[in-house]
Design a protein around this ligand. Structure first.
Ligand code: N2P
Length: 425
Protein backbone atom coordinates (compact mmCIF):
# COMPACT_ATOMS: atom_id res chain seq x y z
CA UNK A 1 0.00 0.00 0.00
CA UNK A 2 2.77 2.37 1.04
CA UNK A 3 4.75 1.27 -2.00
CA UNK A 4 1.78 2.04 -4.26
CA UNK A 5 1.33 5.46 -2.65
CA UNK A 6 5.01 6.24 -3.05
CA UNK A 7 4.98 5.07 -6.67
CA UNK A 8 2.00 7.37 -7.28
CA UNK A 9 3.83 10.20 -5.54
CA UNK A 10 6.88 9.68 -7.75
CA UNK A 11 4.88 9.45 -10.95
CA UNK A 12 3.05 12.68 -10.06
CA UNK A 13 6.40 14.40 -9.82
CA UNK A 14 6.54 14.26 -5.97
CA UNK A 15 9.70 14.59 -3.96
CA UNK A 16 11.93 11.91 -5.45
CA UNK A 17 14.64 12.63 -2.87
CA UNK A 18 12.46 11.10 -0.17
CA UNK A 19 11.84 7.89 -2.13
CA UNK A 20 14.21 4.94 -2.45
CA UNK A 21 13.41 2.49 -5.25
CA UNK A 22 14.80 -0.96 -4.48
CA UNK A 23 14.64 -3.79 -7.06
CA UNK A 24 15.54 -7.20 -5.64
CA UNK A 25 14.99 -10.91 -6.30
CA UNK A 26 11.69 -12.27 -5.02
CA UNK A 27 11.80 -14.11 -1.65
CA UNK A 28 15.19 -12.58 -0.95
CA UNK A 29 14.74 -10.37 2.11
CA UNK A 30 12.90 -10.19 5.41
CA UNK A 31 10.51 -7.41 4.39
CA UNK A 32 10.18 -6.22 7.98
CA UNK A 33 13.68 -4.73 7.66
CA UNK A 34 12.40 -2.18 5.13
CA UNK A 35 10.38 0.00 7.53
CA UNK A 36 13.26 -0.35 9.99
CA UNK A 37 15.59 1.07 7.39
CA UNK A 38 13.24 4.05 6.92
CA UNK A 39 13.38 4.76 10.64
CA UNK A 40 17.16 4.22 10.92
CA UNK A 41 17.81 6.46 7.92
CA UNK A 42 15.84 9.25 9.57
CA UNK A 43 17.74 8.79 12.84
CA UNK A 44 21.08 8.86 11.05
CA UNK A 45 20.49 11.63 8.53
CA UNK A 46 17.49 13.54 9.87
CA UNK A 47 15.77 12.98 6.52
CA UNK A 48 12.63 11.08 5.68
CA UNK A 49 12.71 8.18 3.24
CA UNK A 50 10.05 5.84 1.84
CA UNK A 51 11.16 2.55 0.33
CA UNK A 52 9.41 1.42 -2.86
CA UNK A 53 10.25 -2.26 -3.05
CA UNK A 54 9.85 -4.31 -6.24
CA UNK A 55 10.99 -7.81 -7.13
CA UNK A 56 12.16 -9.83 -10.15
CA UNK A 57 12.57 -13.58 -10.73
CA UNK A 58 15.60 -13.74 -12.98
CA UNK A 59 18.59 -11.53 -13.70
CA UNK A 60 17.67 -11.04 -17.34
CA UNK A 61 14.31 -9.39 -16.50
CA UNK A 62 16.02 -6.94 -14.17
CA UNK A 63 18.79 -6.18 -16.64
CA UNK A 64 16.41 -5.50 -19.48
CA UNK A 65 14.43 -3.00 -17.37
CA UNK A 66 17.60 -1.04 -16.71
CA UNK A 67 19.48 -1.59 -19.98
CA UNK A 68 16.56 -1.08 -22.33
CA UNK A 69 13.94 0.58 -20.13
CA UNK A 70 16.37 2.93 -18.31
CA UNK A 71 14.21 2.57 -15.20
CA UNK A 72 15.33 4.73 -12.31
CA UNK A 73 15.84 2.07 -9.63
CA UNK A 74 18.21 3.36 -6.97
CA UNK A 75 19.55 0.03 -5.83
CA UNK A 76 19.35 -3.41 -7.47
CA UNK A 77 20.80 -6.85 -6.79
CA UNK A 78 22.27 -8.59 -9.86
CA UNK A 79 24.42 -11.74 -9.89
CA UNK A 80 28.16 -11.71 -10.57
CA UNK A 81 28.07 -12.15 -14.39
CA UNK A 82 25.41 -9.45 -14.68
CA UNK A 83 27.47 -7.10 -12.49
CA UNK A 84 30.29 -7.78 -14.96
CA UNK A 85 28.04 -6.98 -17.89
CA UNK A 86 26.70 -3.81 -16.25
CA UNK A 87 30.26 -2.70 -15.51
CA UNK A 88 31.29 -3.35 -19.12
CA UNK A 89 28.39 -1.34 -20.45
CA UNK A 90 28.86 1.60 -18.07
CA UNK A 91 25.56 0.98 -16.31
CA UNK A 92 26.89 1.28 -12.75
CA UNK A 93 27.88 4.18 -10.55
CA UNK A 94 30.94 3.86 -8.28
CA UNK A 95 29.99 3.49 -4.61
CA UNK A 96 31.06 6.14 -2.14
CA UNK A 97 30.75 5.36 1.57
CA UNK A 98 32.91 8.30 2.68
CA UNK A 99 29.93 10.19 4.07
CA UNK A 100 28.89 7.32 6.37
CA UNK A 101 30.43 7.67 9.86
CA UNK A 102 32.96 4.95 10.80
CA UNK A 103 30.83 3.75 13.73
CA UNK A 104 27.96 2.74 11.40
CA UNK A 105 29.99 1.87 8.32
CA UNK A 106 28.91 -1.78 8.36
CA UNK A 107 30.44 -2.46 4.96
CA UNK A 108 33.93 -1.63 6.17
CA UNK A 109 33.36 -3.39 9.51
CA UNK A 110 32.10 -6.70 8.11
CA UNK A 111 33.94 -7.28 4.86
CA UNK A 112 34.73 -10.86 4.00
CA UNK A 113 38.22 -11.13 2.46
CA UNK A 114 37.02 -14.15 0.48
CA UNK A 115 34.14 -12.23 -1.10
CA UNK A 116 36.40 -9.27 -1.81
CA UNK A 117 38.74 -11.60 -3.70
CA UNK A 118 35.90 -13.16 -5.69
CA UNK A 119 34.56 -9.71 -6.62
CA UNK A 120 38.00 -8.71 -7.84
CA UNK A 121 37.83 -11.70 -10.23
CA UNK A 122 34.50 -10.61 -11.68
CA UNK A 123 36.05 -8.20 -14.14
CA UNK A 124 39.77 -8.18 -14.91
CA UNK A 125 39.88 -4.51 -15.88
CA UNK A 126 37.57 -2.86 -13.32
CA UNK A 127 37.46 -3.82 -9.62
CA UNK A 128 33.82 -4.77 -8.99
CA UNK A 129 34.36 -4.00 -5.27
CA UNK A 130 34.29 -0.32 -6.18
CA UNK A 131 30.80 -0.70 -7.69
CA UNK A 132 29.06 -3.40 -5.69
CA UNK A 133 28.70 -4.91 -2.24
CA UNK A 134 27.91 -8.61 -2.01
CA UNK A 135 24.54 -9.51 -0.47
CA UNK A 136 24.03 -13.30 -0.60
CA UNK A 137 25.94 -16.14 -2.18
CA UNK A 138 25.63 -19.87 -2.77
CA UNK A 139 25.98 -22.80 -5.11
CA UNK A 140 23.80 -24.46 -7.74
CA UNK A 141 23.08 -28.11 -7.06
CA UNK A 142 20.48 -30.84 -6.70
CA UNK A 143 17.72 -30.68 -4.10
CA UNK A 144 16.19 -34.15 -3.78
CA UNK A 145 13.64 -36.18 -1.89
CA UNK A 146 15.57 -38.74 0.16
CA UNK A 147 12.66 -41.21 0.20
CA UNK A 148 12.66 -41.46 -3.58
CA UNK A 149 16.22 -40.65 -4.60
CA UNK A 150 19.48 -42.11 -3.30
CA UNK A 151 22.47 -39.92 -2.46
CA UNK A 152 24.36 -41.73 -5.21
CA UNK A 153 21.70 -40.93 -7.83
CA UNK A 154 21.80 -37.27 -6.75
CA UNK A 155 25.59 -37.08 -6.92
CA UNK A 156 25.59 -36.57 -10.70
CA UNK A 157 23.94 -33.96 -12.92
CA UNK A 158 22.71 -36.83 -15.06
CA UNK A 159 19.91 -37.26 -12.53
CA UNK A 160 17.92 -34.53 -14.28
CA UNK A 161 17.34 -36.82 -17.27
CA UNK A 162 17.07 -40.09 -15.31
CA UNK A 163 13.83 -41.72 -16.61
CA UNK A 164 13.13 -43.05 -13.12
CA UNK A 165 12.18 -39.50 -12.07
CA UNK A 166 10.37 -38.45 -15.25
CA UNK A 167 7.55 -36.01 -14.56
CA UNK A 168 8.94 -35.08 -11.16
CA UNK A 169 11.96 -32.96 -12.11
CA UNK A 170 12.03 -29.19 -11.59
CA UNK A 171 14.54 -27.00 -13.41
CA UNK A 172 15.42 -23.39 -12.59
CA UNK A 173 14.23 -21.07 -15.32
CA UNK A 174 17.66 -19.43 -15.30
CA UNK A 175 19.55 -20.14 -18.54
CA UNK A 176 23.11 -19.47 -17.33
CA UNK A 177 22.66 -21.42 -14.09
CA UNK A 178 21.49 -24.47 -16.04
CA UNK A 179 23.91 -24.15 -18.94
CA UNK A 180 26.99 -24.13 -16.66
CA UNK A 181 26.27 -27.37 -14.77
CA UNK A 182 25.11 -29.21 -17.92
CA UNK A 183 28.27 -28.21 -19.81
CA UNK A 184 30.39 -29.27 -16.82
CA UNK A 185 28.61 -32.64 -16.90
CA UNK A 186 29.13 -33.05 -20.65
CA UNK A 187 32.81 -32.13 -20.44
CA UNK A 188 33.64 -34.17 -17.35
CA UNK A 189 36.21 -36.34 -19.18
CA UNK A 190 38.09 -33.28 -20.48
CA UNK A 191 37.95 -31.78 -16.98
CA UNK A 192 39.41 -34.93 -15.47
CA UNK A 193 42.11 -35.08 -18.14
CA UNK A 194 42.95 -31.45 -17.46
CA UNK A 195 42.46 -30.37 -21.09
CA UNK A 196 39.87 -27.79 -19.96
CA UNK A 197 39.26 -26.04 -16.65
CA UNK A 198 36.00 -25.09 -14.97
CA UNK A 199 36.87 -21.45 -15.64
CA UNK A 200 37.26 -22.19 -19.38
CA UNK A 201 33.79 -23.75 -19.41
CA UNK A 202 32.22 -20.71 -17.74
CA UNK A 203 33.41 -18.63 -20.71
CA UNK A 204 32.55 -21.23 -23.36
CA UNK A 205 29.82 -19.78 -25.56
CA UNK A 206 30.90 -21.72 -28.67
CA UNK A 207 28.23 -22.96 -31.07
CA UNK A 208 29.29 -26.59 -30.47
CA UNK A 209 28.89 -26.32 -26.70
CA UNK A 210 25.55 -24.53 -26.97
CA UNK A 211 24.35 -27.23 -29.39
CA UNK A 212 25.52 -30.02 -27.06
CA UNK A 213 23.73 -28.47 -24.07
CA UNK A 214 20.61 -27.92 -26.20
CA UNK A 215 20.50 -31.58 -27.25
CA UNK A 216 20.91 -32.67 -23.64
CA UNK A 217 18.24 -30.30 -22.36
CA UNK A 218 15.77 -31.53 -24.96
CA UNK A 219 16.11 -34.98 -23.38
CA UNK A 220 15.74 -33.45 -19.90
CA UNK A 221 12.60 -31.63 -21.00
CA UNK A 222 10.76 -34.93 -21.50
CA UNK A 223 10.71 -35.45 -17.73
CA UNK A 224 10.34 -31.85 -16.58
CA UNK A 225 7.46 -31.06 -14.23
CA UNK A 226 8.19 -27.32 -14.41
CA UNK A 227 10.70 -24.61 -15.30
CA UNK A 228 10.53 -22.40 -12.26
CA UNK A 229 12.00 -19.29 -10.76
CA UNK A 230 10.44 -19.62 -7.35
CA UNK A 231 7.71 -22.25 -7.08
CA UNK A 232 10.12 -25.22 -7.23
CA UNK A 233 10.95 -25.14 -3.56
CA UNK A 234 7.27 -25.45 -2.62
CA UNK A 235 6.68 -28.27 -5.11
CA UNK A 236 9.50 -30.13 -3.39
CA UNK A 237 8.10 -29.57 0.11
CA UNK A 238 4.74 -30.94 -1.04
CA UNK A 239 6.39 -34.04 -2.51
CA UNK A 240 5.20 -33.21 -6.07
CA UNK A 241 8.74 -32.87 -7.34
CA UNK A 242 11.50 -35.24 -6.24
CA UNK A 243 14.50 -33.71 -8.04
CA UNK A 244 15.15 -30.00 -8.40
CA UNK A 245 18.08 -28.23 -10.05
CA UNK A 246 18.18 -25.39 -7.59
CA UNK A 247 20.14 -22.79 -5.65
CA UNK A 248 21.47 -23.67 -2.21
CA UNK A 249 19.33 -21.02 -0.47
CA UNK A 250 16.06 -22.32 -1.92
CA UNK A 251 17.29 -25.76 -0.85
CA UNK A 252 17.83 -24.67 2.77
CA UNK A 253 14.37 -23.09 2.87
CA UNK A 254 12.75 -26.20 1.35
CA UNK A 255 14.63 -28.68 3.58
CA UNK A 256 13.42 -26.83 6.71
CA UNK A 257 9.82 -26.39 5.54
CA UNK A 258 9.57 -29.99 4.32
CA UNK A 259 10.83 -31.36 7.64
CA UNK A 260 7.84 -29.71 9.36
CA UNK A 261 5.43 -31.75 7.25
CA UNK A 262 7.40 -34.99 7.36
CA UNK A 263 9.00 -34.75 3.89
CA UNK A 264 12.74 -35.43 3.87
CA UNK A 265 14.85 -33.40 1.43
CA UNK A 266 18.60 -33.00 1.01
CA UNK A 267 20.91 -30.99 -1.25
CA UNK A 268 24.18 -31.85 -2.94
CA UNK A 269 26.61 -30.22 -5.33
CA UNK A 270 27.19 -33.01 -7.87
CA UNK A 271 30.64 -34.58 -8.16
CA UNK A 272 31.32 -33.26 -11.67
CA UNK A 273 31.38 -29.67 -10.33
CA UNK A 274 29.09 -26.66 -10.50
CA UNK A 275 28.77 -22.91 -10.31
CA UNK A 276 29.15 -20.74 -7.26
CA UNK A 277 27.31 -17.41 -7.48
CA UNK A 278 27.29 -14.08 -5.68
CA UNK A 279 24.56 -11.44 -5.83
CA UNK A 280 25.53 -7.89 -4.97
CA UNK A 281 23.94 -4.50 -4.41
CA UNK A 282 24.73 -1.93 -7.09
CA UNK A 283 23.57 1.60 -7.89
CA UNK A 284 22.60 1.84 -11.57
CA UNK A 285 23.47 4.77 -13.77
CA UNK A 286 19.82 5.94 -13.90
CA UNK A 287 19.37 6.00 -10.08
CA UNK A 288 17.85 9.17 -8.68
CA UNK A 289 18.60 8.74 -4.98
CA UNK A 290 22.23 7.77 -4.66
CA UNK A 291 22.48 8.97 -1.07
CA UNK A 292 19.67 6.79 0.30
CA UNK A 293 20.84 3.88 -1.89
CA UNK A 294 24.30 4.08 -0.30
CA UNK A 295 22.83 4.10 3.22
CA UNK A 296 20.54 1.21 2.29
CA UNK A 297 23.47 -0.93 1.14
CA UNK A 298 25.25 -0.10 4.37
CA UNK A 299 22.19 -1.06 6.45
CA UNK A 300 21.97 -4.43 4.66
CA UNK A 301 25.51 -5.15 5.92
CA UNK A 302 24.56 -4.66 9.59
CA UNK A 303 25.07 -8.14 11.11
CA UNK A 304 21.65 -8.38 12.83
CA UNK A 305 19.91 -7.37 9.58
CA UNK A 306 22.03 -9.86 7.60
CA UNK A 307 21.06 -12.63 10.05
CA UNK A 308 17.34 -11.82 9.76
CA UNK A 309 17.54 -11.87 5.97
CA UNK A 310 19.31 -15.23 6.08
CA UNK A 311 16.78 -16.72 8.44
CA UNK A 312 13.82 -15.57 6.40
CA UNK A 313 15.11 -16.66 2.98
CA UNK A 314 17.42 -19.63 3.56
CA UNK A 315 20.22 -17.86 1.68
CA UNK A 316 23.69 -17.11 3.03
CA UNK A 317 24.80 -13.59 3.71
CA UNK A 318 28.12 -12.42 2.32
CA UNK A 319 28.74 -10.73 5.66
CA UNK A 320 32.02 -11.95 7.13
CA UNK A 321 31.41 -10.91 10.76
CA UNK A 322 31.82 -13.28 13.69
CA UNK A 323 28.30 -12.36 14.78
CA UNK A 324 26.95 -13.95 11.61
CA UNK A 325 29.15 -17.03 12.00
CA UNK A 326 28.09 -17.46 15.64
CA UNK A 327 24.42 -17.22 14.71
CA UNK A 328 24.87 -20.24 12.44
CA UNK A 329 26.73 -22.58 14.79
CA UNK A 330 24.73 -25.75 15.31
CA UNK A 331 26.27 -28.83 16.94
CA UNK A 332 23.94 -31.04 14.87
CA UNK A 333 26.40 -30.61 11.96
CA UNK A 334 29.87 -32.10 11.53
CA UNK A 335 32.75 -29.66 12.04
CA UNK A 336 34.23 -28.32 8.83
CA UNK A 337 36.96 -26.00 7.63
CA UNK A 338 35.47 -22.61 6.76
CA UNK A 339 38.68 -20.65 7.15
CA UNK A 340 38.43 -19.64 3.47
CA UNK A 341 35.40 -17.53 4.45
CA UNK A 342 35.86 -16.77 8.15
CA UNK A 343 39.62 -16.52 8.76
CA UNK A 344 40.63 -18.84 11.61
CA UNK A 345 37.37 -20.88 11.53
CA UNK A 346 39.02 -24.18 10.58
CA UNK A 347 36.63 -26.40 12.54
CA UNK A 348 33.07 -25.09 12.93
CA UNK A 349 29.72 -26.85 13.06
CA UNK A 350 27.50 -25.09 10.52
CA UNK A 351 25.06 -26.31 7.91
CA UNK A 352 27.19 -27.41 4.91
CA UNK A 353 24.39 -26.49 2.49
CA UNK A 354 24.66 -22.90 3.70
CA UNK A 355 28.45 -22.75 3.90
CA UNK A 356 29.99 -25.37 1.64
CA UNK A 357 33.31 -26.84 2.71
CA UNK A 358 36.52 -26.03 0.90
CA UNK A 359 36.38 -29.22 -1.22
CA UNK A 360 32.96 -28.22 -2.64
CA UNK A 361 34.08 -24.66 -3.40
CA UNK A 362 37.11 -26.07 -5.20
CA UNK A 363 34.90 -27.87 -7.70
CA UNK A 364 32.78 -24.76 -8.40
CA UNK A 365 33.43 -21.79 -10.67
CA UNK A 366 32.10 -18.29 -11.18
CA UNK A 367 30.00 -17.51 -14.26
CA UNK A 368 31.17 -14.77 -16.60
CA UNK A 369 29.42 -12.39 -18.94
CA UNK A 370 29.20 -13.59 -22.53
CA UNK A 371 28.56 -10.15 -24.02
CA UNK A 372 26.75 -10.38 -27.36
CA UNK A 373 26.83 -14.21 -27.26
CA UNK A 374 24.21 -14.09 -24.49
CA UNK A 375 21.59 -13.81 -27.25
CA UNK A 376 22.65 -17.21 -28.62
CA UNK A 377 22.06 -18.74 -25.19
CA UNK A 378 18.65 -17.10 -24.78
CA UNK A 379 17.62 -18.28 -28.25
CA UNK A 380 18.68 -21.84 -27.37
CA UNK A 381 16.75 -21.59 -24.09
CA UNK A 382 13.52 -20.67 -25.84
CA UNK A 383 14.03 -23.43 -28.41
CA UNK A 384 14.39 -25.94 -25.58
CA UNK A 385 11.43 -24.73 -23.58
CA UNK A 386 9.39 -23.92 -26.68
CA UNK A 387 6.10 -22.12 -26.47
CA UNK A 388 4.44 -25.29 -25.46
CA UNK A 389 4.63 -27.13 -22.20
CA UNK A 390 6.41 -30.47 -21.64
CA UNK A 391 4.85 -33.78 -22.63
CA UNK A 392 4.07 -34.39 -18.94
CA UNK A 393 2.02 -31.23 -18.83
CA UNK A 394 0.08 -32.51 -21.86
CA UNK A 395 -0.49 -35.88 -20.21
CA UNK A 396 -1.78 -34.16 -17.04
CA UNK A 397 -4.05 -31.83 -19.09
CA UNK A 398 -5.34 -34.77 -21.20
CA UNK A 399 -6.08 -36.95 -18.14
CA UNK A 400 -7.85 -34.03 -16.42
CA UNK A 401 -9.91 -33.31 -19.57
CA UNK A 402 -10.89 -36.98 -19.98
CA UNK A 403 -11.88 -37.17 -16.30
CA UNK A 404 -13.96 -33.99 -16.62
CA UNK A 405 -15.65 -35.30 -19.77
CA UNK A 406 -16.39 -38.63 -18.10
CA UNK A 407 -17.91 -36.78 -15.12
CA UNK A 408 -20.17 -34.72 -17.44
CA UNK A 409 -21.29 -37.82 -19.38
CA UNK A 410 -21.99 -39.71 -16.14
CA UNK A 411 -24.02 -36.85 -14.66
CA UNK A 412 -26.06 -36.49 -17.90
CA UNK A 413 -26.83 -40.23 -17.83
CA UNK A 414 -27.98 -39.91 -14.23
CA UNK A 415 -30.24 -36.97 -15.13
CA UNK A 416 -31.75 -38.76 -18.13
CA UNK A 417 -32.29 -41.91 -16.02
CA UNK A 418 -34.03 -39.77 -13.40
CA UNK A 419 -36.21 -38.20 -16.12
CA UNK A 420 -37.20 -41.55 -17.65
CA UNK A 421 -37.96 -42.80 -14.16
CA UNK A 422 -40.23 -39.77 -13.60
CA UNK A 423 -41.91 -40.28 -17.02
CA UNK A 424 -42.58 -43.96 -16.27
CA UNK A 425 -44.31 -43.06 -12.98
C1 N2P B 1 15.69 -16.08 -4.48
C2 N2P B 1 16.66 -15.72 -5.56
C3 N2P B 1 18.02 -16.20 -5.35
C4 N2P B 1 18.99 -15.70 -6.32
N1 N2P B 1 14.37 -16.10 -4.94
C5 N2P B 1 20.10 -16.61 -6.59
N2 N2P B 1 21.07 -15.98 -7.39
Amino acid sequence: MLAALCAALVSCGGDRASVLKVYNWSDYIDESVLPEFEQWYQEQTGEEIHVVYQTFDINETMLSKIEKGREDYDVVCPSDYIIERMLNSGLLQPLDFASIPDSVNYIALNKSPYIQGVFRDINPSIDANDYSVAYMWGTTGILYNTEEVTAEEASTWDIIRNPKFAGRVLIKDAPRDVYGPVLIYLKQEELKAGTVTLQDLMKDSSDESIAAVEAYLKEVKEGVLGWEADFGKEQMTKGRGVVSLNWSGDAVWAIDEAAEVGVSLDYVVPEEGSTVWFDGWVIPKYAKNVKAATWFIDFMCRPDIAIRNMEETGYVSSNGSLEVLESQIDEEFEPQDLSYFFPGADSVCVNPVLYPGREVIERCALEHDWGADTDKLLAMWSRVKGDSASSWTFIIIAVTAIAALAAVVASRRKVSRRHSHVRRK
